[in-house]
Design a protein around this ligand. Structure first.
Ligand SMILES: [Fe+2]
Length: 613
């Protein structure tokens, strides 16, 4: 008889054996009804009395046949921070995109397709629109995003899904000829409060010449949206606009659009998609370029009368997944932090024929579809200074006990600060031997971005950590000081090193921090969701004193099971939606069958540039 990991851990707890590994059965969330209001009980500590505003977090909602952890429609979870006696209110609702319909219609046909362990799926009707990855606060408008599929707008008050953003033929299409063509974009567009525009990137894919069926390259477009439907009578009402990066081809895809007051930057990240991957076929992709490469565009070159824009390429060490970039330039320099992690791949996941690297054992079914997001190498935070498209300074913070960089946050009040951000708050998910498959190990053991190339891997799991890393310190020196401390104090648990140097909190065994959001009130607070051996919780930290631990812990009832949460956003005020922006879903799908293929195959830039929608 097979025993599930959750039962196994329960049994071990009852026997008094410490539970080392994460209970992965809690990763997959589901909510019984679409619209759920619950209380989260404060079971430890207190919330500050004057706490206010809302934190929105998004998670994938799993259905029976969703195989990848990031697959499934989004669930929006709203935390009303204003404390009531002993509790706060949590409201959640499913995001209702085309995805449910797509999933339902092709469920019987889907059995004919290979079982894919990939978040974006191509089917007979096109590509699912999941919008389950991140959230943007567009001046009070709640926008849900993903790396594949249009963005969707939700009413922040009722959490009702309102509309997709743009008809398909207003977007750059990556994979055409279907009701639901693929819009490959980025989960992290940037809302520029100065101009009121959402700035993002869209890709037009084509098979790679050397690997026609297994790999794709893309032309990259910068996309601006003013929040309105285009109106030809009104020159100030521009709708969605695109500029192609002239002569630029991306090997992978951007996960982020990085924006400053002067520039738009498009990273080319090792997140490669081939037609084969989308169809679930197991054909290896071409190896991605291992360094970080970013295409830099001057905002003043985005001429409304031109279809293309020149870009310059910047390259630096490490493979980056997220970026925290100052909005204002300092002495003409761009200052950013690249959040890096070697030995992971989000397009790969544990599959039924995988075995664990450290024990050689097979995985239980609960593990299938968990991406290779847990590393066997320390995480890297790389501070980079760029001037005139050249990297002029670089410092890396590497802590020998902090593995698996996940999500991060920073004080949003500092976006407009001429000095920029003062600190990054970074979640490390830890090192969990059970979650490293042999395939993952073999893929990355000799990777050039690895830190531990000449050192043995830790023999025991390492805990999840929340760290505040000030930007005004020298990170190279910090790294050296922590290394020296390790040499001089071999008995200090490796994750605890550096307590005199940095403010951080080390979680107990079995607890893993997931989403993280800065609450810009008073001294600042950090709101996190956490997997604990008892279930999903939310913890609140004082941003200026992480090491004291959470100042409040909130528990959730069994009814609320969000599973693995992703990105988040803070709204100080919520007001009823004023915008009348609306895209008709049916005519959008029908137009995708006529206008989109013509434009895609004839590929005349002017067709895109002079669209009349
Ligand atoms: Fe992200």
């Amino acid at each position: 008889m097979r025993i599930g990991i959750s039962c196994f851990n329960q049994l071990r707890s009852q026997l008094g054996v410490s539970v080392m590994s994460i209970d992965v059965s809690k990763f997959r969330g589901s909510i019984p009804s679409g619209n759920l209001c619950e209380d989260a009980k404060i079971y430890e500590g207190t919330l500050p009395e004057n706490l206010s505003g809302h934190v929105f977090i998004v998670a994938p909602y799993h259905r029976k046949n969703d195989s990848h952890l990031f697959m499934g429609e989004g669930v929006i979870i709203k935390w009303a921070l204003q404390p009531q006696p002993g509790k706060i209110q949590v409201h959640s609702n499913k995001l209702k995109t085309w995805d449910s319909f797509w999933h339902w219609v092709q469920l019987p046909l889907g059995k004919l397709l290979p079982k894919a362990f990939f978040p974006a799926r191509l089917g007979f009707l096109g590509v699912a629109e999941i919008a389950n990855t991140a959230i943007v606060n567009m001046k009070g408008r709640l926008i849900l995003t993903a790396d594949a599929g249009r963005y969707w707008e939700v009413d922040p008050d009722t959490l009702k899904t309102i509309t997709p953003i743009g008809y398909f033929d207003e977007h750059i299409i990556s994979v055409p000829v279907s009701f639901f063509p693929m819009v490959a974009n980025t989960a992290h567009p940037f809302y520029d409060p100065k101009t009121g525009e959402l700035i993002t990137c869209e890709l037009k894919s084509k098979p790679r010449r050397e690997n026609l069926f297994t790999d794709m390259v893309s032309a990259a477009y910068i996309t601006f949206w003013d929040g309105k439907q285009k109106n030809y009578q009104d020159k100030n009402n521009t709708g969605i606009r695109h500029w192609e990066l002239d002569g630029t081809v991306l090997d992978g895809s951007p996960h982020t659009t990085i924006v400053t007051e002067e520039l738009v930057m498009i990273p080319d990240m090792p997140f490669q998609m081939g037609l084969a991957t989308l169809l679930g076929l197991k054909i290896p992709l071409r190896k991605a370029y291992s360094k970080t490469q970013i295409y830099v565009v001057n905002r003043q070159d985005l001429n409304p009368d031109k279809a293309t824009v020149p870009s310059r390429l910047v390259t630096f060490d490490g493979d980056s997944y997220h970026f925290l970039c100052n909005y204002h330039h300092i002495d003409g320099e761009i200052r950013m932090v690249a959040i890096q992690q070697a030995t992971i791949s989000l397009t790969e996941a544990i599959q039924p024929d995988d075995v664990k690297h450290f024990s050689g054992d097979r995985y239980y079914a609960e593990y299938y579809g968990i991406p290779w997001m847990f590393a066997f190498d320390p995480g890297v935070l790389r501070k980079v200074v760029i001037k005139d498209a050249q990297v002029i300074e670089e410092e890396a913070l590497i802590h020998p006990g902090w593995f698996t960089t996940m999500l991060y946050t920073a004080d949003p009040r500092e976006l407009d600060d001429p000095k920029g951000y003062s600190a990054i708050y970074q979640v490390y998910a830890g090192y969990h031997q059970d979650l490293i498959s042999r395939r993952q190990y073999l893929s990355f053991r000799d990777h050039e971005n690895r830190v531990l190339t000449d050192k043995p891997l830790p023999q025991e799991d390492l805990p999840s950590v929340l760290a505040k890393v000030p930007l005004d310190k020298n990170w190279q020196e910090l790294t050296k000081q922590i290394e020296t401390e390790q040499e001089q104090n071999p008995d200090i648990p490796v994750s605890d090193l550096g307590k005199e140097l940095l403010d951080f909190y080390v979680c107990d065994e079995g607890s893993v921090l997931v989403s993280i959001q800065f609450i810009p009130q008073d001294r600042g607070y950090i709101f996190t969701t956490v997997f604990t051996p008892k279930g999903s919780e939310a913890w609140l930290f004082a941003a200026d004193n992480l090491s004291q631990g959470p100042i409040a812990k909130l528990s959730l009832s069994e009814d609320i099971n969000f599973g693995f949460t992703l990105h988040s956003e803070y709204f100080q005020e919520i007001s009823p939606r004023k915008s009348t922006y609306n895209v008709n879903r049916l005519s959008s799908a029908l137009r995708s069958l006529t206008k989109v293929p013509y434009e895609f195959f004839f590929n005349r830039r002017n067709d895109i540039f002079k669209r009349k929608v």
